[in-house]
Design a protein around this ligand. Structure first.
Ligand code: ATP
Ligand code: MG
Length: 440
């Protein structure tokens, strides 16, 4: 349909009041869970100098090679963050956090920007919840990070999300592995996509992460990194797996997971669903022991994950998971005429100050139209104010669900009287509910 107003950019989404409760549900659960595990919130800029992403995410990745939104302003190149880890580690370094007691544990909810082909579950602006832990080399930290993700998925009521794990070793194991990969791809070099041909020399492991069907086909049967792990990495992977076993967390070892970003070492993992189509990774992360040093800090081992909130919500919708109730009007006050409007406003404000969601007519609707509007708002209660009510300072509070009308004083005791009625109703609803539950 032709419209004459400006449209939002392709690959971005609006969240309107109709769907905000889904976001609030997910944001509440991710934050509360992260806090239970001892993570604190961190907020970092939406854009950083481009160099930060080149030095962390890596020159040979899809993100840096194809997907970044960069702009030159006053001779400096900046990039809208394509992920949260680089900026977070930069902030930890810049704020001296890594000189404090370790491990440092932070979480964030932020928007990311990548110039990709928009599809279901793949946007140009998307949102990530992420955690980062800096200062633990223990494989139990790897398991702990996975437990944060697992507890979030469980609390949201999600099912059938498979955990895939792998180890991609350290630079020591990779030297030999890269040789094996180069030998494997040598014969099919000409058939690889342009990007992958360039990667063959610099980082052949990236080829395993290419989305092109031809490269995927060529890569089947490629040597597995797991056959090239050094003793330390091998041991780390084994202890990590036994920690998962101890927590009865099911997983699949999947040597094809190499992750899209260069900074990973040792453990990498993804939580994958098949319920939302091709973009099935709802959470992905791993260990990045070299990143902090690469960004100019000390050698501090670290790890974390990013969880795509759009994909999480899509999966919840497709599985029929429950969201928090949308916030709705508690009391609607209907003045019958202009004379009642100041009183409607005064009463509304009295209750708002103690936290109730109260609305009254601001559109000069007729009485009948106001009734309809209160219904549409889904108001729990209705208070009609006419000349009688004003004169006697007595009104009736109508419970919109039961139709019951309870006398309500509009005098000095208005707030207490109103709260008494609401509490009594709540108490009765709860009693009814527990009676019904007992019967079932
Ligand atoms: P994919 O393989 O799907 O492109 P990725 O490896 O590029 O994912 P990460 O950089 O690990 O993704 O980001 C972590 C998480 O963020 C992903 O698992 C996914 O849930 C989400 N995510 C990544 N890119 C997008 C996007 N363009 N739109 C929506 N969510 C995304
Ligand atoms: Mg990607």
């Amino acid at each position: 349909m032709a419209t004459n107003y400006i449209q939002r950019p392709i690959g971005t989404e609006d969240v309107t009041p109709k769907t905000i409760h889904k976001w609030l549900t997910v944001e509440k659960v991710v934050k509360e869970t992260a806090e239970c595990f001892g993570f604190s919130e961190i907020r970092v800029p939406t854009f950083e100098t481009t160099e930060l992403f080149h030095r962390s995410v890596g020159e040979t990745t899809d993100v840096v090679q194809k997907e970044m939104y960069s702009v030159t302003a006053k001779e400096t190149v900046f990039t809208l963050r394509p992920e949260g880890t680089a900026g977070t580690i930069r902030a930890m370094l810049q704020n001296g956090m890594l000189a404090e007691a370790l491990p440092q544990k932070v979480f964030y909810v932020l928007s990311c920007f990548r110039h990709e082909r928009p599809q279901k579950g793949r946007l140009r602006e998307f949102h990530q919840f992420g955690i980062e832990m800096a200062g633990s080399a223990s494989p139990y930290a790897d398991a702990e990070v996975i437990m944060v993700a697992k507890q979030i998925l469980d609390t949201l009521g999600l099912q059938n999300i498979a955990l895939h794990i792998n180890s991609i070793g350290c630079p020591k194991c990779r030297a030999k592995y890269f040789e094996a990969l180069r030998a494997f791809f040598a014969d099919s070099k000409e058939k690889l996509c342009d990007t992958c041909r360039g990667r063959l020399e610099r980082n052949p492991m990236r080829i395993l992460d290419c989305k092109s069907p031809i490269c995927k086909e060529i890569a089947t049967g490629a040597p597995s990194i797991l056959d090239y792990l050094c003793e330390e990495c091998e041991q780390h992977f084994a202890t990590f797996r036994s920690a998962l076993d101890a927590m009865q967390i099911a997983y699949t070892i999947d040597p094809t997971i190499v992750r899209g970003l260069d900074y990973y070492t040792k453990t990498v993992f993804e939580f994958i669903t098949t319920d939302i189509g091709a973009q099935g990774a709802v959470c992905a992360g791993g260990r990045y022991d070299g990143l902090i040093e690469q960004l100019g800090g000390q050698a501090v081992p670290a790890l974390g994950f990013g969880m795509g909130l759009e994909r999480l919500i899509l999966t919840m919708e497709s599985q029929g998971c429950a969201f928090l109730e949308p916030s709705r009007c508690e009391l609607y006050i209907a003045p019958m005429d202009d004379a009642a409007r100041p009183e409607a406003m005064r009463l509304a404000n009295t209750l708002r100050r103690s936290g109730s969601r109260v609305e009254f007519d601001l559109a000069n609707r007729t009485f009948k139209a106001q009734m309809k509007y209160a219904d549409k708002l889904g108001a729990d209660y209705l208070l009609v104010l006419g000349s009688d009510e004003l004169a006697t300072k007595q009104a009736k509070l109508k419970n919109m669900k039961t139709g019951a009308q309870t006398p309500l004083s509009l005098g000095d005791d208005f707030e207490d009287a109103y709260n008494d009625i609401v509490l009594a109703d709540m108490f009765r609803d709860e009693k009814l509910e527990s009676l019904l539950n007992a019967q079932n």
